[in-house]
Design a protein around this ligand. Structure first.
Ligand code: NAI
Ligand code: MG
Length: 472
């Protein structure tokens, strides 16, 4: 077991000023694998001061000066891909294959996309008699969750640094180890001191101190809607800019005439990936009432492929959820759904067979779910799919739009254009048509309570810029 006592501040590893530590658990074994400092306001203050001291020179650095260390950082992430994947398997429980392909692979795609964008980005334009400049937004406070613990860091830190903003990162308590590995790679990449800083700590302490700090100009947060509201309140008090990437209750709508077998199989893969701990997961499958029983039967059959097991085993498709707390939340939603009248197709709230240890949840499919049920309204964040029936397209749209969220979604139809027409009427930020591939350049973010602002691509870069105009 590793006992870490330092934070990465001002270009060096410094002893934390906090006495408390956070125990990092392996969710498959329930063993403590490391401890990290539970940093508080003092560590955060030191990190923000270091970032402020670096802000002017990094903000004035030319394109090539930013591109060079960012490129070395991307190369470092590529070279250490295996170690990154193993770290995420150990602290999150992501299955080895998924950890390598998605948890470690997606950040490489995102980093590469930002390097290309920075290389060609126009930071200046002419508008009539004005020269309009895109300038850095200032010091960024980044607060990230545990479910994609490197992707969410890269999706904030790369565009912030590309835009010329120094960053103070406060990663999630459950997954600080990959964030520490990231900080080591930042150090090896040779950024000027203070451009990137890492403070591990708990949300209500380190996270709140960062959100409230007057030296932070912009808060970029991913996590729960409840905490997102508090971040936005702190941003309002401090007149800081804020970007919020919050939860979802995304609908996958299968219109009559679509390939039902494929739509249901892709939905299961989508909702069971990462043990269902994905903000954009399609947690509600909407099918026409005439096809409902058929869809349920397809889902029951497809679910057999998902057997929970040791995430370190390369053949495992479904690992545990991140923590005991998360397991209890998810089980509570399953029990609650059954009490409200849903039908259990597969899975259930009991511990999976043969797994006495570890935060495992049975992959669960619920039928006869109605739109008013808690499980159809709230984010579960576990391997749980709800199948709902609709009467006609208008009813499907009403159900799809009938939650407080609007992050992602899917539409399947016989032809792509009619699916796209339906998707345009959905109150949600991103929709995949007939299983369209994830695009790391496409803006990602939510309508309604799913958030404010966009990540990825040029929209993601623009979040970290502010504009100045000179008239002459
Ligand atoms: P959370 O929202 O508490 O944690 C996310 C981050 O916010 C962590 O770094 C945490 O330390 C920080 N944080 C917590 N309280 C804070 C505060 N008062 N001030 C500043 N920062 C604070 O999420 P949690 O509790 O781990 O998960 C609970 C639920 O949230 C999940 O079941 C899921 O429904 C949702 N969630 C959604 C995510 C998404 O990607 N949209 C990611 C993680 C959780
Ligand atoms: Mg853990």
């Amino acid at each position: 077991m590793q006992e870490y006592s330092d934070q990465y501040i001002g270009g060096e590893w410094r002893p934390s000023l906090a006495a408390e530590t956070i125990a990092v658990l392996n969710p498959a074994t329930e063993q403590v694998i490391a401890t990290v400092p539970a940093g508080g306001a003092e560590d955060v203050d030191a990190a923000v001061r270091a970032a402020r001291a670096a802000a002017r020179s990094w903000g004035a650095a030319g394109r090539e000066e930013r591109l060079a260390p960012l490129t070395r950082l991307r190369d470092g992430l590529a070279a250490r891909r295996q170690e990154i994947a193993e770290t995420i398997t150990a602290e999150l429980g992501a299955p080895a294959a998924f950890a390598a392909s998605v948890q470690a692979g997606l950040p490489l795609a995102v980093a590469g996309a930002y390097l290309e964008l920075l290389a060609g980005y126009e930071f200046e334009e002419r508008v009539g008699n004005s020269r309009v400049f895109a300038e850095p937004a200032g010091v960024v406070g980044a607060i990230t969750p545990w479910n994609y613990p490197l992707h969410q860091v890269v999706a904030k830190v790369f565009p912030a640094l590309a835009a010329g903003c120094p960053v103070v990162l406060k990663p999630a308590e459950d997954t600080p180890l990959v964030a520490r590995l990231f900080a080591r790679l930042v150090h090896e990449a040779g950024f000027p001191p203070g451009v990137f800083n890492l403070v591990t700590g708990r949300g209500p302490e380190a996270g709140a101190a960062l959100a409230e700090h007057p030296g932070v100009d912009l808060l970029s947060f991913t996590g729960s809607t409840a905490v997102g509201r508090r971040i936005a309140e702190a941003a309002g008090r401090g007149v800081k800019r804020v970007a919020l990437e919050l939860g979802g209750k995304s609908a996958n709508v299968v219109l009559p005439g679509a390939d039902l077998v494929r739509a249901v199989n892709v939905n299961l893969a989508n909702v069971f990936a990462n043990s269902g701990q994905t903000c954009s997961a399609w947690t509600r499958l909407l099918v026409h009432e005439d096809q409902y029983q058929e869809a349920v039967a397809i889902a029951a059959k497809a679910a057999e492929k998902y057997v929970p097991g040791d995430p370190a085993d390369p053949g495992t498709r479904l690992g545990p959820v991140v923590s005991a707390r998360q397991r209890e939340r998810v089980r509570g939603y399953i029990t609650g759904a059954l009490a409200e009248g849903a039908t259990l197709v597969v899975g259930g709230a009991e511990a999976p067979e043969g797994l006495a240890q570890g935060f495992y949840v049975r992959p669960t499919v619920l039928a006869d779910v109605t739109p008013d049920m808690t499980v159809a309204q709230e984010e579960v964040f576990g391997p749980v799919l709800s199948i709902l029936a609709y009467r006609d397209e208008e009813h499907a749209l009403e159900i799809a739009n009938g939650t407080e969220y609007g992050l992602a979604g899917g539409v399947w139809a016989a032809d792509e254009e009619s699916a796209a027409a339906f998707a345009r009427r959905m109150d949600t930020g991103q929709v995949d048509i007939n299983g369209g591939r994830f695009n790391p350049l496409a803006p990602f973010g939510g309508y309604k309570s799913s958030g404010v602002g966009r990540e990825l691509g040029r929209h993601g870069l623009a979040e970290f810029l502010q504009t100045k105009s000179l008239q002459y």
